[in-house]
Ligand binder design. Structure first.
Ligand code: ADP
Length: 374
């Protein structure tokens, strides 16, 4: 599972807004030189959406399994906003990739009965890219920006005004003749998602009224998700197989769904189509996924810390280079689970292998030279 596996290009789901923009704001901004929306309407941006993944994506809150506390609070906020007929407050979603941030944003639009627009911060290169989307938002639209920690400063400034005053600052003309016009926008809900809370500027964070943190799912929650997905895919998944798979899914629905589809392949080719415990055992072995959900790549990271750096501490950049990975993938995708599961520790001086890493990989605790046969 390498670079970008946990990331995705912007996608859409839920109720699509009309392709053509409506309202005066759009006309004014386009006349002033803003580009039409590049969000979900741009086929280039959503081309990478995995159709199979999309079939498994819950559309309503009742289909969104696990994360009970977060869901309970959210359903209260949704109900209150609906009853008042107001746009939901802006929502900030934090957590590692694959835990359901994009899914939840789509669900919000569904539950609120409003339009849904999606983009990601790296796709917003110039202020006019953001203006192009903002000018097409309709009343109470849910506007999702993924990877919001990667917004460019000029775009972030524009977003502040849009979030706070529901207005768009737009500059017409150039040089001394340039002037700023303020274009009113309908009230909307910005949903910003990030894997890196620490990299989002505090002025931006403070503009979100609702902040929700995603934690890894418990095994029993992943079992529910696997069973739901198996039903949608028309698969026969035995309870034992579901438990085994769930334990190896690193608490992440996206990983669980991906493993499930691979098990379906193995069951089809090697068995009679039924995904049994035996199929899962064999399948996980073939994929080199162990009982903790670690892949070869994760084990390489741990071995590297233990063998090359005496168990650590080692800096993220040095570690990333030693395993041939980008710091971003290491930090965003691999580390959160390794830390949460107790294999790795993050200290001010760098990463350290935890006793569980030595034990799991067959070293005598704390001594890389004395590796047991594994
Ligand atoms: P993120 O935006 O956090 O990276 P996604 O929202 O893209 O994660 O979720 C990845 C996939 O995992 C979705 O397509 C969906 O099928 C599945 N998924 C995520 N959360 C849940 C959940 N709570 N219940 C069921 N399926 C989920």
């Amino acid at each position: 599972m390498k670079g970008g596996e946990g990331r995705k290009t912007p996608i859409q789901s839920g109720n699509l807004p009309p392709a053509e923009a409506d309202g005066k704001a759009h006309t004014a901004a386009v006349e002033a030189g803003a580009e039409p929306s590049r969000g979900i309407l741009d086929p280039g941006l959503r081309g990478a959406e995995d159709e199979k993944e999309s079939a498994l994506r819950p559309k309503r809150l009742s289909e969104f399994l696990g994360q009970d506390r977060l869901k309970e609070n959210l359903s209260i906020f949704i109900r209150a906003a609906r009853e008042r007929g107001e746009a939901l407050d802006h929502v900030f979603l934090l957590g590692p990739p694959g835990l359901g941030k994009t899914t939840l944003a789509g669900i919000l639009s569904w539950e609120l009965g409003v339009d849904f627009k999606v983009t990601s911060a790296p796709a917003l290169e110039k202020p006019k890219d953001l203006a192009g989307i903002l000018t097409t938002v309709t009343e109470r639209t849910v506007f999702f920006i993924d990877e919001i920690h990667r917004l460019k400063p000029a775009i972030e400034e524009m977003l502040y005004i849009a979030m706070e005053d529901f207005e768009l600052d737009w500059i017409i003309g150039q040089g001394p003749a340039a002037r700023t016009v303020r274009i009113p926008l309908p009230p909307f809900t910005l949903v910003g998602a990030t894997t890196k809370a620490g990299m989002v500027s505090s002025p931006l964070v403070s503009r979100f009224g609702i902040s929700l943190r995603f934690g890894f799912y418990e095994v029993r929650e992943i079992i529910l998700i696997l069973n739901r997905s198996a039903t949608i895919l028309g698969m026969d998944l035995s309870p034992g197989a579901a438990s085994l798979l769930a334990a190896s899914s690193r608490g992440t629905p996206r990983v669980a769904n991906r493993l499930l589809r691979r098990m379906r392949d193995f069951a089809q080719v090697f068995g009679k189509g039924r995904v049994t415990e035996a199929v899962v055992k064999e399948g996980l072995e073939r994929l080199e996924v162990d009982r903790y959900g670690l892949e070869r790549h994760d084990r390489d990271i741990l071995r590297s810390v233990i063998e090359k750096y005496g168990g650590g501490p080692v800096g993220a950049e040095t570690l990333a280079i030693s395993v041939g990975e980008s710091v971003e993938t290491l930090e965003d995708y691999c580390e959160p689970y390794l830390i949460q599961a107790g294999f790795l520790q993050r200290t001010p001086r760098g990463r350290m292998a935890a006793p569980l890493a030595y034990e799991h990989l067959g070293y005598r605790t704390g001594n890389a030279d004395e590796r047991l046969l594994f």
